[in-house]
Design a protein around this ligand. Structure first.
Ligand code: DC
Length: 223
């Protein structure tokens, strides 16, 4: 008897490129666990700031990371990071976190601390009966799951992305964050070799999702 395939979909791209909306829609359509790794970096950033640790204090970052216990809570179709048994709230979208997250994310020790945790989301997805997972971030198709069944890279003009963020009522210096995320030494934001690159500037969300869904549906019928 053929077993149901378990698929991994990687979506990378800059801030406000359309990753989260597409990932959420695909997770619903194909019953995939939705994993927003940006929210993981944000939760760690909020926790380190709460502990008074600055991104310039490498020794402080290392010792704080050693004392942090990570877990996962599945809410609906989304994986939420638990730190010490607590899921972070709205503070992960605060101005302070927006301004600091790229600096913490550029620290190799922070990325290493999250590597196994992110790969472990596939285990969570299997245990919870999902048909796979859709993970969004900056290095998913390049570092976390280079062998993912589907790898997409979304991008859009800076003006359009700033407009999208403003429409969400968010103040976020996305151009500066992208500059930092693209220029860091460890796992920089870049289109992974072999990934499907989609320019979302002039595409509606349904059109973006349709492109991805058509490829996925060939392997996994709609749930
Ligand atoms: O997707 P987001 O804008 O919420 O991500 C917040 C920050 O986290 C982003 O500026 C860079 C970092 N990040 C990362 O370095 N690698 C990932 N896989 C996801 C996010």
């Amino acid at each position: 008897m053929a077993s149901t395939p378990f698929i991994i979909v990687a979506i990378d791209g800059g801030a406000a490129s359309g990753k989260s909306s597409s990932a959420r829609t695909l997770s619903e359509r194909f019953h995939l666990l939705h994993v927003d790794t940006g929210s993981f970096y944000r939760a760690i950033t909020a926790e380190l700031l709460r502990r008074g640790v600055a991104a310039t204090d490498l020794a402080g970052v290392k010792s704080a990371l050693a004392g942090i216990r990570l877990g996962t809570r599945v809410e609906g179709r989304s994986a939420r990071m638990e730190i010490g048994g607590r899921v972070a709230g709205d503070e992960i979208r605060s101005r302070e976190v927006n301004d600091n997250v790229s600096h913490f994310a550029a620290i190799p020790e922070v990325r290493t601390a999250l590597l196994a945790y992110q790969r472990g989301q596939a285990v969570v997805a299997r245990e919870r009966g999902f048909r796979g997972l859709v993970m969004e971030g900056r290095d998913i198709g390049s570092v976390i799951f280079p062998d993912a069944d589907f790898r997409f890279f979304l991008h859009a003009d800076p003006e359009e992305r700033a407009r999208r963020r403003a429409q969400e009522g968010q103040q976020d210096a996305i151009a500066e964050r992208d500059r930092l995320d693209s220029s860091r030494k460890t796992a920089p934001l870049a289109c992974p070799v072999g990934a499907v690159s989609i320019d979302t500037t002039h595409l509606s969300l349904p059109a973006v999702v349709e492109r991805m869904a058509t490829a996925i549906a060939a392997r996994l019928p709609d749930s």
